[in-house]
Design a protein around this ligand. Structure first.
Ligand SMILES: Cc1cc2nc3c(=O)[nH]c(=O)nc-3n(C[C@H](O)[C@H](O)[C@H](O)COP(=O)(O)OP(=O)(O)OC[C@H]3O[C@@H](n4cnc5c(N)ncnc54)[C@H](O)[C@@H]3O)c2cc1C
Length: 667
């Protein structure tokens, strides 16, 4: 054991102070069971009960169509912005759409996580710009930070303003600091003594990509606090030098320059720059005042643990559900070679893939909302949600473009795919860009944050506590043996969990190198995401009475990709033989789970284009059918099943129309 302790000290990864903060923020969730090797089909149903929407949720959901009706999506796309005089802003302010996480006692309309997700899903099902404008104030930003960390005075001053519609933005990213927002941050707040003896902080920053900044009334700014003369220690007993701190200032503050706009793919939501040149602020402008000095990264990480799991996944979910139903309906109506597109196997391949992926997003979103409404603040689960839902959403959009072909290419009010096509890459890039989230964060943080023994092991090594180290190593070894020789019969999916747990523990032998092995880390992230998605889909199928054939197809598909990714993981692992052995002990045959049979694809597509189909029913939930062509497509499917050929032909003519613009050149 002594030699193991020495070895562990040598290979233990260096964990920076910002990483330590991230690792300690929030709570773990069901991913912890995967690290234990005990995640199974009962884990989710046992933990999460169905949630009743609150009165606030219902009120805001009812108001959503009115808000959408203020916006002509194509006009916004053409203008590439929502001008400040646009009626959307007043309507959103008046009806409380910017106060969705402001507690009721401050005049807000606080929604549950499920309610907020459903609202954002509905907005995202028919607009690209509106959901962004609504989700940013309700996600990581001033309201969330103030509610949890603001002083009473700050809460009483800012929260009622936010509830009444003051627009917030939060500025973290700058030219040098993108994905590595904390480590590479060069924006500073320099502490100095004013002439009257009070303490001032001179903020200098050049932030970019800041959503809502051009129209913002309240601006949150992150900077590194520099206190070379220990003024803060003398006054507040707090030694801070280089730690991230968050301040909140109002528009119009001297030396604060907001704007100009940037143009995110022409989607039309407000985005721009925030620059401060020697902006003089006081400690009372810091979120949490003296308690918040140097605590900014902790605040952000804790707030992100929840926010990241709701807003962008809801966006991907709403747009994917709308697209899958509308595009499959279009494929049933549109004919080529005298046959509906939906009868061609090439199209069925894409439609069935859209259905499987949309169902997966919906299942993950339902799981995340339940976890949050259960009081969890799970950073790893929310990172999985963000990365998986936006990636799956990308596939759904790309298939939609292929199937709709020319009618998705030509811009105009008739085109309901283009807004999602344009906005999808934005969801992939923001709040932790997906490549980094998958390759570095999910497993890299998960293996420390959610591993049953890792934090304790690191702590024992740092404190040179051999006794604690030995105890944790023995517990881990004994758990591994229990997992490996577990006598309970295992389902195929549970076997992958077993492999994930054992293989993860064996990979700890790689020590600090593991952190930089992103081929490996990305594959572990996928394995973890897929096992969680598998159980979430099983649970979601039961809750929605999905026919067994579709449930089976979802599981089959999941096992196939689990097999693929774990095979790749083993084949490329530096300790290949050890991991092949673990694979044989847990999963066995490395080529057992083949590709899903085509007959299941036929079944899925048939269900999807049936107006009474179970998948169609699930995908119609929390979707606003306001787009004229989406409504026509739904009517056409009903006409196929219950109406006349004349009705269908009249609808078809309208559905396949494409917008034109400009003057008739022959006139
Ligand atoms: C439309 C829009 C709105 C935004 N809104 C806000 C906002 O309101 N407030 C705010 O503060 N910021 C905002 N951002 C910033 C956003 O969070 C950053 O764009 C994002 O963090 C990525 O930074 P970057 O674009 O500089 O990419 P880079 O950091 O340059 O990364 C480039 C690529 O490298 C990958 N990468 C980086 N490191 C690793 C790694 N270790 N392993 C694997 N891959 C890696 C990234 O995933 C990415 O794919 C917004 C950005 C956009 C585009």
């Amino acid at each position: 054991m002594n030699r193991l302790f020495t070895f562990a000290r040598r290979v233990m990864p260096k964990i920076s102070s910002t990483e330590k903060i991230a690792l300690k923020s929030g709570t773990s969730s069901i991913e912890k069971l995967a690290f234990y090797g005990s995640l199974d089909h009962s884990s989710i149903p046992l933990r999460y009960k169905s949630f009743e929407l609150t009165n606030n949720d219902k009120t805001m959901l009812e108001k959503a169509p009115q808000l959408i009706s203020t916006v002509d999506e194509y006009e916004i796309l053409k203008a590439r912005q929502t001008p400040i005089e646009h009626p959307f802003w007043n309507k959103a302010k008046r009806e409380g759409f910017f106060g969705l996480i402001v507690p009721d006692e401050y005049g807000g309309t606080k929604l549950s996580s499920t309610g907020l997700s459903k609202l954002l899903q509905s907005l995202s099902s028919c607009s690209a710009s509106v959901p962004v404008h609504v989700m940013v104030p309700a996600s990581l930003g001033p309201a969330e930070l103030l509610t949890h960390y603001g002083t009473q005075e700050q809460k009483e001053y800012f929260l009622p303003k936010l509830a009444k519609g003051a627009i917030p933005c939060f500025a973290l990213t700058s030219a040098d600091a993108g994905s590595d927002a904390a480590g590479s941050m060069v924006d500073t707040g320099t502490v100095y003594k004013r002439r009257d003896g009070s303490i001032g902080i001179l903020v200098n920053c050049e932030k970019r990509y800041i959503t809502l900044s051009p129209v913002a009334d309240i601006v949150g700014i992150a900077f590194k606090l520099v206190d070379e003369h220990n003024l803060l220690e003398q006054k507040y007993g707090k030694s801070v030098n280089g730690e991230i701190t968050l301040a909140l200032v109002e528009r119009g503050r001297e030396n604060l320059h907001i704007g100009p706009y940037t143009d995110p793919l022409g989607v039309g939501f407000a985005n721009g720059t925030v620059v401060a040149k020697n902006m003089d602020i006081s400690v009372k402008d810091v979120i949490g005042a003296e308690n918040g000095l140097g605590e900014g990264w902790k605040y952000l990480m804790e707030a992100l643990a929840a926010g990241r799991g709701i807003a962008l996944p809801a966006g991907a979910c709403g747009s994917s559900k709308m697209l899958t139903n509308a595009v499959s309906g279009y494929a049933e109506v549109r004919k080529q070679f005298k046959v509906p597109l939906s009868k061609f196997e090439g199209i069925k391949e894409k439609l069935s893939d859209m259905a499987l992926k949309t169902f997966e997003i919906d299942s993950l979103v339902a799981l995340m909302n339940s976890a949050l409404d259960n009081g969890e603040r799970p950073p790893i689960l929310s990172a999985i949600l963000k990365q998986r839902s936006t990636e799956l959403g990308r596939d759904v959009v790309m298939h939609s473009m292929d199937i709709m072909a020319g009618s998705a290419i030509c811009m105009g009010p008739q085109n309901f795919v283009a807004p999602s096509y344009l906005s999808n890459p934005i969801g992939i890039t923001v709040e932790g860009s997906n490549t980094m989230t998958r390759s570095l964060l999910i497993f890299g943080q998960g293996v420390v944050r959610s591993h049953p023994y890792m934090l304790e092991l690191i702590d024992s090594i740092e404190k040179n506590d051999k006794q604690k180290f030995n105890k944790n190593v023995w517990n881990m070894i004994s758990d591994n043996f229990k997992t490996m020789f577990s006598l309970f019969p295992k389902t195929d999916q549970e076997r992958f969990v077993q492999f994930f747990s054992l293989s993860t523990n064996a990979s700890l032998l790689l020590g600090g190198k593991l952190k930089f092995m992103e081929y490996l880390s990305g594959r572990y992230a996928d394995t973890l995401s897929y096992v969680i998605a598998g159980f979430a889909m099983e649970w979601h199928c039961k809750n929605n009475n999905i026919p067994w054939k579709i449930d089976y197809a979802l599981q089959y598909n999941n096992l196939h990709r689990l097999q693929q990714v774990t095979n790749e993981l083993v084949d490329n692992h530096p300790h290949k033989l050890l991991h092949r052995f673990l694979y044989m002990m847990t999963i066995g045959n490395r080529h057992k789970h083949g590709i899903m049979k085509d007959e299941y694809r036929n079944y899925i597509v048939k269900d999807l284009v049936d107006p009474d189909g179970s998948l169609r029913h699930v995908f119609n939930q929390d979707v606003l059918k306001l787009h004229p062509n989406v409504i026509r497509i739904e009517n056409a499917l009903n006409a196929i099943k219950y109406g006349t050929n004349e009705e269908l032909d009249a609808l078809r003519k309208e559905i396949i129309k494409v917008d034109v613009f400009g003057e008739d050149l022959e006139k």
